[in-house]
Design a protein around this ligand. Structure first.
Ligand SMILES: Cc1ncc(COP(=O)(O)O)c(C=O)c1O
Length: 449
């Protein structure tokens, strides 16, 4: 496979941009430079074509360059919409109405630009409401790039002290340098699905918030055990911290609303991004009026600043309105189609793994999926670290890319199917997988592993 131009472009950009790209999380091996995308397909600068399952880290639920959404954006610009920087707009009101109709647990919503801004504001609101400062997260959860949450995602065993910790917190494993000591002391991470650990930390520290993805979707797809989310709800009520579901990835992925509506557990606050605008940069924080109205509190000690030059910029707002309309249009049956395609992929992959005698477990939540190369679905990050064959997964992803199937080339990352995918795409993916597995298992047999 020819990736010459991709390599050249990275090298050229590296002279100007540290790492050669604007988000270091985009850097993986192979580091392909894409030039164009449409529907389920990507084309790179060397002219290679791929069926896309990365979906730009999951926002593309309708597919790339959705024509209705693009039209809505172009219309909004043609109508002379601008980012006035003063006063309300009818478009933001319309978006809020559409959005809240999809999120029954929320009475108010504020829009921001990125998921990281949304989680930062959720923590700020929780601190203002509770007067507490400590924040609890999940090992293996990703909640953005800012100090309070930039830790403990795909941590190594070494970073975690060499052993699984149940009933208590893990050592801090920061994703970045530059977090002040004072903030580090307020950051806590426990194992997902470990209810006792949450209670231990809640007893030890006055918590402002527990923030978690309700399904961990940054380390594949790790589901909550029955009763776990309900348990978090009752601990939040018992200890007085706010329960924040970070739905930046789970929101609008399994249905036209949050995952927590499917699970039947209401958080105090929830955060969104990605699928709400099918790839355009907009995010949201939603919740009960009493929390979000802190923005307008007359008590200066409680008032929370949520502001931004680009909050509700007309381009992403038009994109989000068009996206939410499509996602909730009963005539389009978006989620029925996603379910059908995801089911087809799941069954095909299970059959292929059995045929090739590869130990694996396919986990999916709606159209979000991950194939773990281990016997049972992991219920937390440690089990993944311990059981998943990371080396096999890396080879598998590379072999798929060579065959025109783009799964992000980092082991245990989630894949996503969009409304623009077709049954033919899934069948082509299965054929490529068959060939990839033949190659990997053949070379494994040759070296006798
Ligand atoms: C669950 C979750 N929360 C927050 C974020 C941060 O969003 P953004 O990258 O838009 O800042 C992400 C990004 O992947 C995410 O997956």
């Amino acid at each position: 496979m020819n990736l010459t131009r991709s390599r050249d472009l990275l090298e050229k950009n590296q002279q100007l941009i540290p790492g050669g790209l604007a988000s270091i999380n985009r850097k993986a091996d192979p580091c392909i430079a894409f030039a164009r995308a449409e529907g389920s397909r990507l084309w790179d600068v060397d002219g290679n074509e791929y069926i896309d399952y990365h979906a730009g880290f999951a926002p593309y639920i309708l597919g790339h360059n959705d024509p209705d959404q693009n039209r809505a954006v172009i219309d909004s610009m043609a109508r002379g919409r601008s980012n006035y920087g003063s006063g309300p707009t009818s478009d933001e009101g319309e978006l809020a109405k559409l959005f809240l109709a999809c999120v029954p647990s929320a009475e108010r919503v504020q829009f921001l630009n990125t998921g990281s801004e949304a989680t930062a504001q959720a923590i700020r609101v929780a601190r203002a409401w509770t007067g507490a400062e400590h924040v609890l997260r999940m090992q293996g959860g990703y909640n953005g790039n800012h100090n309070m949450v930039a830790s403990n995602v795909m941590s190594s065993k070494e970073q975690l002290g060499g052993k699984q910790i149940r009933g208590d917190e893990y050592p801090l494993a920061p994703l970045t340098a530059g977090i002040p000591e004072a903030e580090r002391a307020l950051m806590h991470s426990v194992e997902f699905n470990d209810f006792e650990a949450v209670e231990t930390i809640a007893r030890r520290h006055k918590l402002a918030a527990l923030i978690t993805e309700p399904v961990l979707q940054n380390v594949g797809v790790i589901k909550p055990k029955p009763g776990y989310l309900e348990g978090l709800r009752s601990l939040a009520d018992k200890y007085g911290f706010l329960l924040v579901f970070d739905e930046v990835k789970t929101g609008f992925r399994s249905g036209p609303g949050p995952y927590h509506a499917i699970a039947g557990v209401s958080p105090d606050l929830s955060t969104y991004g990605k699928a709400i605008a099918n790839g355009f940069p907009i995010a949201a924080i939603a919740g009960k009026a009493k929390y979000l109205e802190l923005v307008t509190s007359t008590d200066a000690q409680k008032r929370v600043l949520i502001a931004g030059t680009y909050n509700c910029h007309p381009v992403p707002v038009a994109a989000a309105i068009a996206c939410l309309r499509k996602l909730s249009d009963p005539a389009l049956k978006v989620y029925d189609k996603l379910e059908r395609l995801s089911n087809r992929l799941e069954h095909g992959l299970r059959r292929l793994m059995t045929d090739h005698r590869v130990t694996s477990t396919f986990v999916r939540q709606g159209s979000a999926h991950c194939c773990y190369f281990m016997a049972n679905a992991p219920s937390n990050w440690w089990e993944t670290l311990d059981g998943h064959d990371f080396a096999f997964d890396t080879r598998y992803r590379r072999a798929l890319i060579e065959r025109g199937i783009y799964q992000f080339p980092i082991a245990a990352k989630q894949g996503s199917i969009s409304y623009a995918h077709s049954e033919a795409d899934i069948d082509q993916t299965l054929e490529a997988t068959d060939s990839a597995l033949s190659e990997i298992t053949r070379s494994k047999a040759r070296v006798g592993v």
